[in-house]
Write a protein that binds this ligand. Structure first.
Ligand SMILES: Cc1cc2nc3c(=O)[nH]c(=O)nc-3n(C[C@H](O)[C@H](O)[C@H](O)COP(=O)(O)O)c2cc1C
Length: 306
């Protein structure tokens, strides 16, 4: 199906490809991404408090080899107090290039509903064209070296967060990024929650797979506490394809769009996700591995139409 220029409630999108989370954080990043052919710019994840991330002292938190990406960046960002002052400039730059700005916010404490209400409200108040709730980062390290629970693997808690947004008067719809689901039934349950609350207009999926940090003869590939990281890249393309099938089935006919991610590096893979019913696709490894965002995006999009 031809791209209709819309993702959920967001209209006027010129191409069915965008950057996924973790690529664009600063005003400078927005400037660089704005020069490419992406249909929208996703900025974030941003959290309420500033986060150094897991690599602030030079630790290795990203590794890409043989088609697999392992990351444990831990969402470094300046925190909402600072970011909300930057969003108006980001918007101005994005709009000058005819692109909407999607602001990605992530709750990281054990009070995700309260935190999400504040983050979503502030991001919209600062001018975001759409707010994306990251309900699936596997890289928030807890004090005991474990990992924060994935909101999108707990449909009841995610439902509570979504209902609370409405109860607190946030009427604008939002996007949600979900983690890979263990089964089609789990996906149907999660999809049902996101349909029923009525305030999700698009689901961006799947996020990275939580996996054990691989070890080489020289030790772990990443240098972070605990043994979990997120896996993505082209080696997960088949599994991400299946996740997209499940989520499109779960949301079909309910007016909630799916944007597919994980493992999209070529026009062929992007087209395969669109053929499943995803309205668009997005990539992070694509940009982390690119030396030329503009040239590589142009190539992907011209391959897509040829
Ligand atoms: C290095 C890296 C950093 C990421 N950071 C974020 C983030 O801050 N927020 C978010 O919502 N998703 C983040 N993601 C997940 C992507 O948004 C997306 O869901 C997907 O896993 C990207 O797959 P790909 O790397 O194969 O393109 C990150 C992924 C990677 C690889």
């Amino acid at each position: 199906m031809a791209f209709e220029g819309r993702i959920g409630h967001l209209e006027g999108i010129e191409s069915p490809w965008g950057n996924a989370g973790g690529v664009v954080k600063t005003v400078r990043d927005v400037e660089l991404m704005a020069r490419t052919g992406v249909g929208w710019i996703e900025a974030g994840s941003y959290t309420l408090e500033p986060r150094e991330g897991n690599g602030s002292h030079g630790e290795k938190v990203y590794h890409h080899a043989h088609g697999s990406t392992f990351n444990s960046l831990g969402m470094p960002n300046e925190g909402m107090d600072e970011v909300e002052t930057q969003i108006p400039e980001m918007i101005e730059i994005a709009h000058a290039h005819h692109k909407p700005l999607v602001v990605n916010v992530a709750p990281v404490t054990d009070k995700p509903a309260e935190e999400s209400v504040e983050l979503v409200r502030r991001a919209y108040a600062a001018g975001a064209d759409a707010v994306l709730l990251n309900a699936g980062c596997p890289n928030v390290v807890t004090e005991d070296g474990g990992r924060h629970e994935l909101l999108s693997c707990n449909p009841i808690e995610l439902g509570r967060v979504l209902v609370e947004l409405t109860l607190q008067g946030i009427e604008r719809p939002l996007f949600v990024r979900t983690s890979p689901q263990a089964s089609v039934d789990d996906t149907l349950r999660l999809g049902a929650v996101m349909r029923m609350t009525g305030n999700v207009s698009a689901v961006f999926t799947p996020n990275t797979w939580p996996v054990r940090i691989p070890k080489t003869g020289r030790g772990p590939m990443l240098d972070v506490p605990g043994d979990t990281c997120g896996m993505s890249g082209p080696s997960v393309a088949d599994a991400a394809y299946d996740q997209t099938v499940w989520m499109t089935e779960a949301l079909q006919g309910n007016g909630v769009d799916v944007v597919s991610s994980s493992g999209i590096m070529t026009a062929g893979e992007l087209q395969a996700r669109l053929d499943l019913g995803a309205v668009a696709g997005a990539g992070t490894t694509f940009y982390f591995e690119s030396q030329n965002w503009q040239g590589d995006t142009d190539r992907l999009l011209s391959d897509l139409v040829s």
